[in-house]
Design a protein around this ligand. Structure first.
Ligand code: ADP
Ligand code: MG
Length: 697
């Protein structure tokens, strides 16, 4: 049954703060509206006059909704969003009186003093100019402040003075155009002549932790780096699997309700929410949208999660691995291709033509992932995700595809020249007569695969929880555009479809793996199949600039050589800087909090020992405790000095962070954790893992 959302609690306000097309239509005259549609749907350049009319309509609407400021809202390569708010206020030159004004020029182009944003050498500091340009495919929206007032946010792309992209959005938009072009070429050969546009769709499931804010404020490591740099595991963790899907604490439900309300008003369609496996970990999933919108909306989701948590005296942790030994957080990027006539190209069609279409696009994705696995791995490489990937909780670093046995068998049959057989779902019985009969899904789930087919879409599970989904989708769109272009080239040259597809599948079937990706034997098997293993972040980042990948991005007009080098440079720089900040944070905490606390506890033990000696009673326990503590303190001090020495002596590049610093940091962490295990809890200066993970229940 379907019904509309009108009058349904929680939906009254959905999209109220988004300047949607129908609102625009109401405010614009026909001519301007049609001219805008020509830009939106047909890709025509936006006329100045139309831009003026749209700007006036936008301001009018924003002011009606209580927003008196506007900003170009963009995604610089910091991984978060940027904005610079301006008032609509201007001074009338003639009368000198204040007026409200928003011109087409101000809508289309903003100038950001971009020298403080990462540019990867594309721009020197003295060349400060950066531009933001309106992305009319992502609607403007109002972001509310705590007092209810608002700011009109205009999604924009951000580029340097010479037009080079300096953000996550521009390459994404270009990659969407690339895949549209190539998908249409293939569809024409399949006889799908009515499709005019193919759009990649994305649903990004977001994992996160919520902890009590008071505990957060006492952990400088969480504050400065997003993760705990010290801490012993609690006596109870996630072993009992009693948290997954369990009833959510009321405090957290209140947070979720407010989040859904605020996001809903900004047009982010929230769909599911639940407890995750680790204590204090949760997941949020929206309804899928066009890739561009989904990336913007995921960014908004993260921002709102942080803000709203704060209002509930909670802190939202988006880091990929906030707690060692406890499951980390990722962002599952569900991805498919949607035609403007409603066909999902990765959904097995019901008739022969639909099934052939599905197999064509499926095989294109398989080929793309096999051919460009390192590029995909690169798109998720960050210092935070490094701690998560490869653990037995997150996808391993070897990329493979899960199809499920049924689908793999079908591909096999197809390649041996059998007729296409439309697969019938199997009936399944639960053994209780009062329960409805179910049909078994063709594929079971495989949680261990980094890239899994889930019935009508692929789920790319490598992305980190804090990163923008821009780059993973840019890469995904581009590599699939490439394999579609190869298929289209062969079809153009008159090769028969079946032949092209079988050849493509045979060349790339090594990437398909339906087994347990956590199994040790898989690594061996992957090696035998010659699948690439990029086992560290720095190498993964450097994959981007390899000639094969650069040529790919340049060929499809997604990124220029300079843009790729700049992105690589920024990613390496971020890795090195984040590593340095983590090391400095450790040093501060060890020297200023941990060691002094241990000295105090040592003094307590010493005086107990002296008293016992004086009283001539047995005092071996005090002696042993004190000896052990003093020894561990001395080890901790040595590890601290060594880490400090390393920071002083070496020029910190991404490579030195990876090869030298990380090892010293681990040594210091081990020393501090040992001290935690033997120190009086009442003097220990940091909230423990147990306190942080089990206080919101
Ligand atoms: P699970 O946790 O089992 O993977 P969820 O229901 O939590 O599944 O999330 C599935 C995600 O996939 C949702 O965000 C959903 O909108 C998205 N999704 C569903 N269909 C598509 C599609 N065709 N393209 C992209 N994403 C999709
Ligand atoms: Mg999922």
């Amino acid at each position: 049954m379907e019904r509309d959302t009108e009058g349904v609690r929680g939906f009254e306000d959905f999209g109220a703060d988004v300047f949607t097309l129908d609102k625009m239509e109401n405010k614009l005259d026909r001519r301007h509206f049609e001219s805008l549609l020509a830009t939106l749907h047909g890709g025509a350049a936006l006329e100045f006059e139309t831009a003026d009319a749209v700007a006036a309509a936008m301001m009018d609407w924003a002011i009606e909704r209580g927003a008196d400021r506007y900003t170009h809202w963009f995604l610089p390569l910091t991984g978060s969003t940027a904005e610079k708010r301006s008032s609509f206020l201007e001074t009338d030159i003639k009368s000198g009186l204040p007026i409200l004004e928003f011109s087409g020029k101000a809508l289309i182009k903003g100038e950001a003093d971009g020298s403080s944003l990462p540019s990867g050498g594309l721009r020197a500091t003295f060349e400060a100019r950066g531009y933001t340009t309106w992305d009319c495919t992502s609607p403007a929206f109002i972001k509310r402040d705590a007092d209810g007032s608002g700011c009109l946010c205009i999604p924009t792309a951000f580029c340097a003075y010479d037009g080079a992209a300096l953000d996550a959005k521009t390459p994404l938009l270009r990659s969407m155009e690339a895949i549209n072009r190539q998908a249409l070429r293939v569809l024409r050969h399949l006889g799908e002549t009515e499709v005019r546009r193919v759009v990649p769709t994305v649903g990004g499931e977001q994992e996160y932790f919520l902890i009590d804010k008071q505990n957060f404020l006492r952990r400088k490591d969480l504050m400065y780096t997003g993760r705990t740099l010290f801490g012993l595991p609690p006596a109870k963790g996630q072993e009992l699997s009693d948290r997954y899907y369990a009833a959510t604490p009321h405090r957290v439900l209140n947070f979720m309700h407010e989040l859904n309300g605020e996001l809903g008003r900004m047009g982010v369609p929230c769909k599911t929410e639940h407890n995750e496996v680790a204590p204090s970990q949760y997941e949020f999933a929206p309804i899928f949208e066009s890739a561009n919108l989904a990336v913007d909306h995921n960014q908004l989701t993260m921002e709102m999660m942080r803000r709203i948590a704060d209002r509930h005296n909670l802190t939202c942790l988006l880091h990929e691995k906030p707690f060692a030994g406890v499951n980390g957080s990722g962002k599952h990027n569900n991805w498919s291709l949607l035609c403007d006539n409603g066909i999902n190209l990765l959904k097995p069609g019901k008739d022969e033509r639909g099934y052939r279409r599905f197999l064509t696009f499926l095989i294109a994705v398989i080929a793309a992932v096999d051919e460009y696995a390192p590029a995909l791995r690169m798109s998720c490489a960050s210092i935070g995700n490094e701690h998560r990937l490869g653990g037995n909780e997150a996808p391993p670093q070897i990329i493979s595809i899960f199809l499920g046995d049924a689908l793999q068998d079908e591909l096999e049959r197809f390649c041996t020249g059998s007729e296409i057989s439309i697969h019938q779902k199997e009936r399944m019985s639960i053994g209780v007569s009062t329960m409805a009969e179910l049909f078994r899904d063709d594929t079971d789930r495989n949680r261990t695969s980094p890239f899994a087919f889930t019935g009508n879409k692929f789920e790319f599970r490598m992305a980190g929880s804090s990163q923008s989904l821009g780059l993973p989708n840019t890469v995904l769109n581009t590599i699939v555009a490439e394999s579609l272009s190869k298929i289209a080239d062969a079809l153009d040259a008159g090769v028969q479809l079946q032949k092209v597809l079988c050849r493509t599948y045979r060349n790339h079937e090594r990437i398909v793996f339906n087994g347990n990706n956590y199994d040790k034997n898989w690594a061996q098997e992957a090696k035998r199949r010659k699948l690439p293993l990029v086992d560290n972040t720095v190498d993964a980042i450097r994959c981007m600039a390899e000639p094969k990948n650069t040529q790919l991005f340049v060929r499809h007009g997604v990124m220029s050589q300079e843009e790729i080098f700049a992105q690589t440079e920024i990613a390496l720089q971020n890795y090195a800087t984040a590593g340095k900040i983590e090391a400095m944070t450790m040093l501060k905490i060890a020297r200023q909090s941990i060691l002094p606390a241990c000295v105090r506890y040592s003094a307590t033990l010493s005086s107990s020992l002296s008293c016992a000696k004086e009283a001539q009673v047995f005092c071996e326990a005090q002696r042993t405790l004190l000896t052990r503590l003093n020894k561990a303190m001395s080890e901790c001090l040595t590890a601290t000095d060594e880490l400090e020495g390393c920071l002083k002596d070496s020029v910190l590049t991404a490579e030195t962070v990876r090869d030298v610093l990380t090892e010293r940091m681990t040594a210091l962490r081990n020393a501090v954790d040992r001290l935690e295990s033997m120190t009086d809890k009442s003097v220990w200066p940091l909230p423990s893992y147990g306190e942080m993970l089990f206080s919101v229940i």
